[in-house]
Structure formats: structure tokens, C-alpha cells
Design a protein around this ligand. Structure first.
Ligand SMILES: [Fe+2]
Length: 339
């Protein structure tokens, strides 16, 4: 069974030369869609699982948590390698892996493009060399991937690295919609892109879909549709209502978010809002990990899986690399080191 990118009149070109998003895919990480327009993917073919893994955010742990003088991203990479190794071992094998944004920590602004590119290269190497090729990766645009204040330039970098920032795809009768939440957070910055994405979202209804699932990085809301605007953590009013209204009319029942580096589940009206904590660093006692999602004909359920290696559980100081006397952990770390 292949997963198929929707490439019809609802799908924007996202380009200024009229090219379709399909033409971008071979040059980036999104190897998800080797074939397109296969009608069979719109038909239910049995239960399946996929993985939602957010915020590997290479560079965050050493810079913002360990506060190293010359921060790198070795610790973050160890977490990512551990996650991919564990995802490869899941049985039955997940059909795909959705990386829910903030793939790297440093945004691709002109002045930081050098570090960004190095982080991206290591991320790409990790996926290229470690992820089971049968588990296709889908990438969601995070604020760190394009900057809190995205520009035409940072969005172009993103598209060249990861492909389109909003699109739909089908897998076994289920429709999945990926959105760029930066357009909701600061619609005035790239106004045309915001309007195009809204129009795209409004046209995603498909009565033939057994389920309709959305992925975006920043939560529309954490606990309540009417909650206050929380700085960078949720989408501001009244945008939140506008987007949720569009999602309700397009039959969305589940939205999966990253961004907060915490877990959370809220049923708000007909829509389940699911936050998945980070593969990379977390800022409280939340364990780093990822979420396995089980899709059956009747329902979608999920569980959070903590990583086998947690940087907070090994002895890391600001000046030292990972240290531990735990034999089993040492074995896991040396296995990951060889990857
Ligand atoms: Fe993040």
C-alpha cells in the first residue's frame, strides 16, 4: 500500500513559476510520494499505524537547556537516533512517520543560514541512513524551521529542504492534511500565502474520507477554544475560531500538534486536539519521546512512547558529553554512536 500525495485542483503550486508541488519532492527529504493519483489509496484497506514525532530540534538541548559555551547538537542527535531506531522496531511497521515541526533549532535567516544548514545536513543524514526505507517521512513546518517571523527567503529554504508546507495525502481511505501554522500565527507577514492556505484548507472536505486528520506545529488551542492568547504557545483569537470553523466544515476530527514540548489531549467539540512532546529536549519533567497512532475503521487512538535514552537521566554537565555508569544505557549509546 502506498501513501499518495493529493495533486488536484485543491493543491496549490506554492511556486511562482506554475510548477506543481510534485516537482519539488525528488530534491528534498519527502520521499513519501513515489506514485501519485492512485485511487486505491482512497479506499479503506484495513487498520494501520503511523508515528507522530515532534521537535527533534537539533541544537536546542546544548544551547538552551545545557547552556554550553560552544553548543553543538550531539545530544539532540543522540535523541533523534534513538527515536528512529525505536520507530524502526515498532511492529506492525508504521506506514509513515510525521515529523511535527522544529526539525532543527536555528532558523534559516540570512545571518544564521550557515548553522541552520549544518544542522539540516546532520538531520538529513540521520533520516537518510537510519530510517527504515519502508517508513516514509512527512515533514510539518515549525517556527524554528522558517523563523518566528518567516520571510519569502526562509520559506524558500524550507521548500527546498522539506518540500511543500501545506498539502494533503491519503493512506488507506484516510485523508491527512498538513498545514503551516506560521501563516495562522502571523498572517500579516506573508498575507498571500496565508489566504492561499486558508482557501486550500476550506477545500479539503472529502465525504469519501473515513477519517480526516490534520497536522500542524503550533496548537490552535491547548485546553479550550476560548482560552486566552498565550504568547507563542497557541494561535491568537480571532484566527483560532476562523481556522477551527474551517476544520469543522471539512470534517476534521483529530489535530496533532508539536511545539509545546509537552503532551496534552483535549476533546473540544467534535475535534480531538493532541499535543505530542519532543523527541529532543523538554523543559519540565516530560520525557522525550514520540506518539504511535493506531487507525482503525471505527476510531483513531494513540499512545506516547518515551525514548530509551533520556539526556536528563544521564550525567551531562555543561562541559561534558553524555556520561553514565548504567551498563544497558552505555550499550544503547554506543549502538547509536555507530549509526
Ligand atoms: Fe520546538
Amino acid at each position: 500500500m502506498n501513501t499518495v500525495l493529493e495533486n488536484d485542483e485543491n493543491t496549490p503550486s506554492n511556486g511562482d513559476n506554475g510548477s506543481t508541488i510534485i516537482s519539488r519532492l525528488p530534491m528534498n527529504l519527502s520521499t513519501l510520494f513515489p506514485e501519485c493519483r492512485q485511487q486505491q489509496e482512497r479506499v479503506w484497506q484495513g487498520s494501520f499505524t503511523f508515528v507522530h514525532a515532534c521537535d527533534p530540534q537539533l541544537g536546542l538541548i546544548e544551547k538552551h537547556i545545557l547552556k554550553k559555551d560552544n553548543p553543538g547538537w550531539k545530544v539532540d542527535l543522540t535523541h533523534l537516533k534513538c527515536a528512529i531506531k525505536m520507530i524502526n522496531e515498532i511492529q506492525p511497521k508504521p506506514k509513515f512517520l510525521v515529523v511535527g515541526g522544529d526539525m532543527v533549532d536555528t532558523p534559516p535567516y540570512v545571518e544564521t543560514l550557515g548553522i541552520h544548514s549544518e544542522q539540516y545536513k546532520d538531520l538529513k543524514d540521520c533520516f537518510d541512513t537510519m530510517l527504515d526505507p519502508d517508513i516514509k517521512a512527512v515533514f510539518v513546518c515549525g517556527n524554528h524551521d522558517v523563523g518566528d517571523m518567516p520571510t519569502f527567503t526562509t520559506m524558500d529554504v524550507y521548500r527546498n529542504e522539506f518540500g511543500p508546507e501545506y498539502f494533503t495525502f491519503w493512506h488507506g481511505g484516510v485523508k491527512f492534511t498538513v498545514l503551516n501554522s506560521q501563516y495562522f500565527k502571523f498572517p500579516e507577514l506573508l498575507e498571500m500565502e496565508f489566504f492561499q492556505q486558508m482557501e486550500f484548507l476550506q477545500n479539503t472536505r472529502d465525504d469519501g474520507a473515513l477519517h480526516h486528520v490534520v497536522f500542524q506545529h503550533i496548537p490552535l488551542c491547548i485546553e479550550s477554544e476560548d482560552e486566552i492568547d498565550i504568547s507563542f504557545l497557541n494561535i491568537n483569537q480571532p484566527m483560532r475560531h476562523e481556522v477551527l470553523n474551517a476544520m469543522r466544515t471539512t470534517g476534521v476530527k483529530h489535530i496533532f500538534y508539536g511545539h509545546t514540548h509537552r503532551n496534552g489531549i483535549s476533546q473540544i467539540g467534535p475535534i480531538e486536539h493532541v499535543m505530542t512532546a519532543a523527541v529532543g529536549g523538554t523543559f519540565d519533567d516530560t520525557k522525550s519521546g514520540f506518539r504511535v497512532v493506531y487507525v482503525s475503521e471505527k476510531e483513531i487512538t494513540h499512545e506516547y512512547i518515551p525514548l530509551e535514552v533520556q539526556f536528563k537521566e544521564v550525567n551531562i554537565t555543561a562541559d561534558e558529553d553524555i556520561q553514565t555508569t548504567d551498563e544497558s544505557l552505555l550499550k544503547k549509546l554506543s549502538e547509536l554512536e555507530r549509526k
